[in-house]
Structures are given as structure tokens and as C-alpha cells.
Design a protein around this ligand. Structure first.
Ligand code: ATP
Length: 252
């Protein structure tokens, strides 16, 4: 299968700082791909280059068959980028917000169908400022889907959400993947990457230091003789919270 994202020897420098030091990787169509790494690793720089928002200094990149350097506008038409919901006008309803983004692409979309996909159709008439944090994140994903993107970029999608809202968002990301959309995710949360991602690339100081399915990374570590110094708990406080409050959508 032809990769949907292909990156070869990608480089970016800000003065003295080598933010991205010649990384190469590919993303298969239909996978949830995670880019992980500590602060300053070069994740945002990499993603923004792939989104056609930032210029690279060297290497090559294609997204959905489009050369990112030669045709950044072509890339933008084929991808969805989740913006921070706080950037949306407060007074627009959920439905109007989706319509507004569709108008930016000069598209006529079925707003309710998109809101249904993110389980917000019952909140269509509500001003977005009245939605909960998790609902706003889902609305921002709906807006990123207006142009039926081949690749959906999600940057730290669950930061600041409570455990239930995080689990709901994971279910949504899976359902978007099930519709055939490739998801490119950056996250600080390793549990999120382990649960959601088919493969993860771990970035550190501008380099990719590992790239594999999460299970394989763990097995490889164990094969190298790694043992955890403390016994693994069978449940944690998050499990208690979920068990007590249920897995149902209970926001807002
Ligand atoms: P975070 O998780 O904190 O967002 P990151 O992995 O996304 O980090 P980048 O934001 O890509 O990392 O930053 C990589 C390096 O490049 C850092 O040292 C950062 O300070 C530097 N950097 C990023 N953007 C700029 C810029 N516009 N000008 C100068 N240096 C920058």
C-alpha cells in the first residue's frame, strides 16, 4: 500500500537550534499514528511542516500524495486540522460553527450529520461557549472533518479533559478511523498512545528514537531484560472513577 504520509530526511533549524534533525518515516492509510516525545522534541515543528504551515530546511514530505513543499495549499485541502476550540466565536451555536468552517472551504455540508458523528447532534442549537470541555473538543473535531479529509491531525486532543471525556474522545477517534480516515496524533499521554495508536514514533531532541506498534516497543523492552521495580497495580484511581460513574456519555 502506498503510504499516506511519507517523510524523508526532514530538517528544520531555528538559528542555533536544530529542531528536526533529518527524520524519516511513513504513515499507512487508515492507521492511527502517534508522534510522542517530551517538550521541545520537535513534534509541533514536524506536524506543522506536514500541515503546510511551516517551511522545512531540507528533506521531503508528501501527504495524501501531495508534495508538501511544492503545494502546501493542496495539502491543506486534503487534511483536517483540529484547532483549539477556544479559538471559536463564543456566540455561534454548534451547528453554526460547523457551517462557518464549511463556508471557509466553500462547501455545503450536512451539519447535523457531522454533529451526529461526534455525538453532538442534540446540542446543535447550543452556543459553543455553553458546551463542556469534552463537547468542545468533539465540536472542533467535527469542524476538522468538514472537507472529508484523508488525514486528520489531532494535537494533544485530550489535554485538560476528565477521564470520561477522554474515553469518549478515544471512542470517537476509533470511529473516525473505522470510516477510513488516517489519524495523525501528537500526545504527551503514553496510556492514550498505547490504547489508540497502531504505531507510534518516539521523538527526542529532533530525532526519531523508536517507531513501532506500542505492543512491540513494550515487548522489545522486556526482551532486553527490563523489569519494573514495583508491582503493577491491577486498578488505579481512574478505574475507580469510571466504575463509579459509568462509561456513558454524561457531559453537560
Ligand atoms: P511541545 O511538546 O512543548 O510542544 P515539541 O516537541 O512540539 O514540544 P517544538 O515546538 O517543535 O517541540 O520545538 C522544538 C525546538 O524548537 C524547541 O527547542 C523549541 O524551543 C524550538 N522552537 C520551536 N519553534 C520555534 C520558533 N518559532 N523559533 C525558535 N525556536 C523554536
Amino acid at each position: 500500500m502506498t503510504p499516506i504520509v511519507q517523510v524523508a530526511d526532514l530538517r528544520k533549524r531555528y538559528g542555533e537550534i536544530e529542531a528536526v534533525r533529518g527524520i524519516s518515516f511513513f504513515v499507512e492509510p487508515g492507521e492511527v499514528f502517534g508522534l510522542l516525545g517530551p517538550n521541545g522534541a520537535g513534534k509541533t515543528t514536524t506536524v506543522e511542516i506536514l500541515e503546510g504551515l511551516r517551511k522545512a530546511d531540507g528533506g521531503s514530505a508528501t501527504v495524501a500524495g501531495v508534495d508538501v513543499f511544492a503545494d502546501p495549499s493542496g495539502v491543506k485541502r486534503r487534511i483536517g486540522v483540529q484547532l483549539q476550540a477556544s479559538a471559536f466565536p463564543d456566540n455561534l451555536t454548534a451547528r453554526e460553527t460547523v457551517r462557518f468552517f464549511a463556508a471557509c472551504y466553500d462547501l455545503d455540508v450536512d451539519e447535523l450529520a457531522l454533529l451526529r458523528l461526534v455525538e453532538l447532534d442534540e446540542r446543535a442549537g447550543q452556543p459553543q461557549a455553553k458546551l463542556s470541555g469534552g463537547q468542545r473538543q468533539r465540536l472542533s473535531i467535527a469542524t476538522a472533518l468538514v472537507n472529508q479529509p484523508q488525514v486528520l491531525f489531532l494535537d494533544e486532543p485530550t489535554t485538560g479533559l476528565d477521564p470520561q471525556a477522554r474515553h469518549n474522545l478515544w471512542a470517537l477517534i476509533r470511529s473516525i478511523q473505522a470510516r477510513g480516515t488516517t489519524v495523525f496524533l501528537t500526545t504527551h499521554y503514553l496510556d492514550e498512545a498505547e490504547i489508540l495508536c497502531d504505531r507510534v514514533a518516539i521523538m527526542d531532541q529532533g530525532n526519531i528514537v523508536a517507531l513501532d506498534p506500542p505492543r512491540k516497543l513494550i515487548d522489545d523492552l522486556l526482551a532486553r531484560g527490563f523489569t519494573k521495580p514495583v508491582l503493577q497495580q491491577k486498578a488505579n484511581l481512574e478505574d475507580v472513577f469510571l466504575a463509579l460513574t459509568g462509561h456513558e456519555l454524561r457531559e453537560g
